[in-house]
Write a protein that binds this ligand. Sequence first.
Ligand code: GDP
Length: 459
Amino acid sequence: MENTIVALATPPGEGAVHIVRLSGKDAFRIGKACFEPKNREKWQANTSYTLHYGWFLDGDKKIDEVLVARMKGPFSYTGEDVLEINCHGGMLPARRIIEACLHQGARLAEPGEFSKRAFLNGKMDLIQAEAIIDLISARTDLAADLALTQLKGSLSLKIDEIRQDILDILSFIEATIDFPEDEVDDLAQTELAEKIMKAKEKAVEILKGSKTGKIIREGLLTVIAGRPNVGKSSLLNAFLEEERAIVTDIPGTTRDEIHEYIKVGDVLLHLIDTAGIRDSEDPVEMIGIERAWKALNMADLILLLLDVNEYNAHQFTKEEQFILEEYAEKTIVLINKVDLIPAYEFNDSFLDPKIFTLPLSVKNRLGFEELKDEILRRVYEGNSSISAKPLLSNIRQINALEKCINALEKAQEAVYADVPFDLVSIDIRSSLEEISLITGHNVQEDLLNNIFSRFCIGK
Ligand code: GDP
């Protein structure tokens, strides 16, 4: 981290102002060489959190009229000395300022490098770093609230607590192995099993809410399925007319599927329009169909549209039957076009009672409120104050926590199977590695510190 780095902190293009960010041990020296303050005395006082008006220079050449914010490390975003140069909002002033800094020995920052330095300097952990990205790309108020909760660090505290529990388990094992007076007694075995169980329970508790967290962050992956003409496009359009969500590209989505985002209450539905699911010999169509099946498999929610007359006649296609059998729990059956039949006469008693069935008329906007209520009920699972809770929302973190729990389970089973403690510690160590990935702790060093801090002097 010897280098001083510089980059444009605002989106490129024309605007009212641009901000160029400069961070590193030479930031203030570069500032001195390039900035001609109006109030020299104030600038030379070298105090932190101050704003200075003046000219930015490249050599002797004035390049823009600027405001420079000065933040001294370690009390800055990166933990290093930072200057933020507010300049006029064209690409040229910003580019020239960056070049002037480069001429003075700075180098261009890599993507995310300011935040990476903040992490390496201990200003935040990985959960908080990732929460910043989530906050920037949040598409609903709820997603922004969730990111803020993570940024404030309450989730980090919870994860750290489990991590500390696991470190304690390892220390306990070390201590027991170090003093093998006789064989490890039953008491130690019971105590170890209990300690593992407690850590696991805490981890499971956090994991429980994480499905909702992921949905809040990424949207509920939704497939609208049904045969041609049942009203899939009409339903999608009706949704879109009501509220189209602000959309930014999500990595990993393919261009040839139609992705739409709509807001239902405070929840984002990420709709995938599939190519229509039916058997085909045509290779091109088959690719589309394969993709559609994959989408069904991945989906958090399937909205299966049926035509009321076909439904009443118990006429289901093979594909519809498959969805009803395989995906009953995540499917909502919408019996569309009920406006076509007198007094909405339809029979809802013959489907599996597990399947939520709703009469609908896209044409007359009938059944929409019930549909929304059901979607929200599923997302929140009876938990409405979700944004204030410390939830994991990021798939990397969720995967790591799942692996941590699996390793703890394996360790628990090993203890019950009378496996020697030093072998149990292998699973505990891998659970520690996984949980450390969530916040980004350095495992080795921490483990050593934790163990040695429990030793008495002279041992
Ligand atoms: P898709 O092929 O599944 O996308 O079906 P469309 O959305 O294109 O709809 C097929 C036809 O059904 C269109 O003529 C729609 O106007 C009509 N339709 C859709 N929903 C309703 C409804 O609730 N009631 C009635 N009567 N017609 C509808």
